[in-house]
Write a protein that binds this ligand. Sequence first.
Ligand SMILES: C[S@@+](CC[C@H](N)C(=O)[O-])C[C@H]1O[C@@H](n2cnc3c(N)ncnc32)[C@H](O)[C@@H]1O
Length: 288
Amino acid sequence: MMITHLLLERLSRAVLPRTPESQAIMQDPAQVHAFMDSGRSDGVLNYIYLFHAAMSLPLIRPGDVVLDLACGPANQLIHLASLHPGANFIGLDASDTMLAQAAGNLAAAGVSNVQLQRGDISRLEHFAAASVDCVLCTMSLHHLPDTQQLLQTMQQLRRVLQPEGGIYLADFGRLKRRATQHFFAHDRIELQSPQFTADFLNSMQAAFSLDELQQATAALRPGLDCYQTSLAPFMVLFRSAARQRIDTALAQRLSQRYRQLSAMEQRDFDNLLRWFRLGGLSLPCALD
Ligand SMILES: C[S@@+](CC[C@H](N)C(=O)[O-])C[C@H]1O[C@@H](n2cnc3c(N)ncnc32)[C@H](O)[C@@H]1O
């Protein structure tokens, strides 16, 4: 089924218009809970968070200040901060409801190297120039209202990030067919709440196109490596060059996290890895 959708995407000449998120800043408690639950250890997004943590492994050094843009309930931050206990993370989000959940999640996970801040990712004036060593953003850029604010976010980031700082930006890319968007939003319907399914479909429809993402990220750093899931940009990611070699301890922490995934999550992780590998991206270290 999935391969049929991907082939039809490949063949399609359609260009679907973008439908921006109606609730860009996620304040509604029902929406926030649905999203948060999807990232718990048994949630449908959990393996994706570990995937991003794995792919961003060579970008984060001990002692770094790492900014997670639009951090939501800190599901991604928990993976990152526990893999990199020597780095200092800042989670920035414009939603008080999300930040309250994030604080609770971090406390429950016993993670202490994360500081949360309320703020708009397209207005980073309160960060000093070159005060951030690495920036990450997962599944959030599509919440920006338009390409102008996407560009503004990248321009702001350019100022606050060290010139050689790490960059990891991952999001959905806009697909060409409504049917493919519908397929991905409903693929795991038995494991997700109706609210999450509706929000997932909205995210697919709000996604920027690959071209729009490439144009904007060039304002942050020209020539960033860009990877996508093969055949269709279901997921797109931009990553800067490695900043450190992955030592044995870090590789072991990642392997341990992978072993903690359920069998189904490991399969999903491996499949996502294969799908990206066909698009040119590999894991930065082996999982044992
Ligand atoms: C789909 S969630 C993703 C959260 C997180 N990055 C993750 O991967 O789990 C999108 C988040 O972006 C936040 N958001 C949307 N627009 C924002 C903006 N302009 N500035 C800061 N946060 C924003 C929302 O409040 C929400 O928490």
